[in-house]
Ligand binder design. Structure first.
Ligand code: GLN
Length: 557
């Protein structure tokens, strides 16, 4: 229920000076503080790039593709939004310029513009405004983050749209928060505010006067400097906040609360600011994260190991599980291609558990198979996620069932007499509720996978049934290929149990090895649903198994 009378209040979060300042975290942290005061919040991201969605973008360049319950492929910031507020993001919470233009052009082709010249203003900006305002009637606060930095050519229609919203609704309903950088110049031993001044100047030149400035800095910004920023950027000095580098992302809401950022926001909207909200749960996770009682090391054998954000939700889910068990989870990322030749014992020295995450394409598969084989034979806890499940099935089919040519059709079609090979195959037809989906290998790549939340039934008595403590679960998917159910019987006979299936019984969703301490492969992405205050049961159990493994190792030594 909405706590506020009247329409929701909009908070627009923009960025300047450089990209990657953490607008998503800033937006999420502010939302968490407002939520802690009992308000209903909604977070949205507007991305000015021309891809229709990030689904086709390389995670090495752009970071992880975050999948929502309702099956949208979205920007990774939506993951932060969910983790900080616990509110499930929706398809309608992320829009790109590409989506806006594709909607606009198809309307134009249908003649919807009735002969008018179609222009950036008002047509593109109107569509952006429509998106921002849609489905917001029951919210108290809608926080909208604009991707990129002020001054980017492609961002202009977005800035113009949010300017118009402020103009129409008035400042009592709209707040602009601008995130900038105050760099420290070591040679001069000084923090420099000039880039911030320029960035605000740029914003004001397109008609937006920020109400709050949030300055990222690696060291404390003295009051005198904050005063200077306030004066030159035309806002009161109480509206200039510092966002210092934090040791953990979950500290950020606490930093903001100490400076009373949420109070300033409420004052802007002319609202009462009763006593500070109870943030004990945030203090608790930060303390547990910073003072763990022990540590475990998880080897993650993957491909996109160059970019820190390519597996953001996975990194977070492992941290959540570590927090739950009071251990630090060291993530040792390993490039799968290094595994084909090296001595495995040496390679995995000090490792307590092995994980193969989601991935695409054949490169590195042999290395992943070797890593999984090592985990299976040496009884090291193994967690296979999506691709990591598929490859675990291949490993087992090749090395235990003895089908040497076992493979996935993702790496090429099976022809002629190779009939025993396609253990993992392209899913051509499936159902979600009453809706049927059909696919073929020639389809567009964008948005054509099995996406979003699907139900899965757990086999009673299995490890996963115990872990979840449920008979049926819902998890989020993002993949094109599936384990071929036709092989389930044979694989089960030699020890690989299919312990989770789709309600139709046709799609294997989970496999496990009952004879192994902890060996689970899941077709879905559990990391997408893990939250700091509600760690995902599979990750939690996996880390527990890693702790067990680390104790066993100590006993042997
Ligand atoms: N490449 C595999 C598929 O499309 C796995 C995808 C994934 O790991 N997300 O089915």
């Amino acid at each position: 229920m909405s706590k506020l009378a009247g329409k929701p209040r909009f908070i627009f979060i923009t960025g300047g000076v450089v990209s990657s300042l953490g607008k998503g975290l800033a937006a999420s942290s502010l939302a968490a503080l407002l939520q802690a005061r009992g308000f209903k919040v909604r977070l949205r991201k507007l991305d000015p790039y021309l891809n229709v969605d990030p689904g086709t973008m390389n995670p090495n360049q752009h970071g992880e593709v975050f999948v929502t319950e309702d099956g949208a492929e979205t920007d990774l910031d939506l993951g932060h939004y969910e983790r900080f507020t616990g509110v499930d993001a929706k398809r309608s919470d992320n829009i790109t310029a590409g989506r806006i233009y594709s909607t606009l052009l198809s309307k134009e082709r249908k003649g919807d513009y009735l002969g008018h010249t179609v222009q950036v203003i008002p047509h593109v900006t109107d569509l952006i405004k429509e998106f921002i305002l849609s489905e917001t009637a029951t919210e108290d606060f809608v926080l909208c983050e604009i991707g990129g930095t002020v001054g980017d050519i492609e961002g202009l229609p977005f800035f113009e749209a949010i300017r118009q919203i402020g103009y129409k609704m008035g400042r009592s309903k709209v707040l602009y928060m601008h995130l900038t950088l105050v760099p420290y110049i070591a040679a001069a031993k000084e923090l420099k505010t000039k880039p911030t001044q320029h960035s605000v100047k740029e914003l004001r030149s397109i008609g937006i006067q920020p109400d709050i400035l949030l300055c990222r800095a690696e060291r404390e910004i003295p009051l005198s400097e904050r005063r200077k920023v306030a004066l030159f950027c035309n806002l009161p000095e109480e509206s200039v906040f510092q966002a210092l580098d934090a040791r953990s992302i979950y500290q950020v809401p606490l930093h903001y609360s100490e400076q009373k950022l949420d109070v300033r926001v409420l004052e802007h909207f002319g609202m009462d600011t009763p006593e500070a909200p109870d943030l004990q749960k945030w203090h608790d996770i930060v303390n547990r994260f910073e003072q763990p009682a022990g540590e475990v090391t998880v080897a993650i054998v993957g491909k996109y190991t160059g970019m820190g954000d390519a597996y953001k939700s996975l990194n977070e889910a492992l941290d959540h599980a570590g927090i739950a068990h009071n251990v630090r989870v060291n993530q040792r990322w390993m490039d799968a291609k290094d595994f084909e030749t090296l001595d495995m014992h040496k390679k995995f020295k000090g490792v307590d558990a092995i994980l193969v995450p989601g991935g695409f394409g054949e490169r590195g598969v042999l290395g992943k198979i070797a890593a999984i084989n090592y985990a299976r034979e040496n009884k090291i806890p193994y967690f296979g996620i999506c691709f990591g499940m598929q490859i675990a099935v291949l490993e087992f089919a090749r090395n235990v069932l003895g089908i040497k040519e076992a493979n996935s059709t993702e790496f090429g079609e099976f022809k002629g007499k190779d009939k025993r090979g396609p253990v993992i195959g392209l899913m051509t037809e499936w159902k979600k509720g009453d809706v049927s989906y059909k696919r073929s290998s020639g389809d567009d790549l964008g948005g054509t996978m099995r996406l979003g939340s699907y139900p899965c039934q757990l086999v009673p008595g299995s490890l996963v049934a115990k872990i979840y403590g449920k008979k049926s679960i819902h998890e989020r998917h993002r993949h094109r290929y599936e384990m071929n159910i036709a092989y389930a019987r044979e694989l089960e006979k030699v020890g690989l149990q299919v312990s989770g299936v789709s309600p139709s019984g046709k799609l294997p969703e989970i496999v496990e090895l009952p004879a192994h301490p902890w060996f689970v492969g899941v077709q879905f992405h559990p990391e997408l649903k893990s939250r700091p205050f509600a760690p995902h049961p599979l990750f939690s159990s996996f880390i527990e198994a890693a702790i067990g493994q680390s104790k066993r190792k100590e006993e042997v030594l």
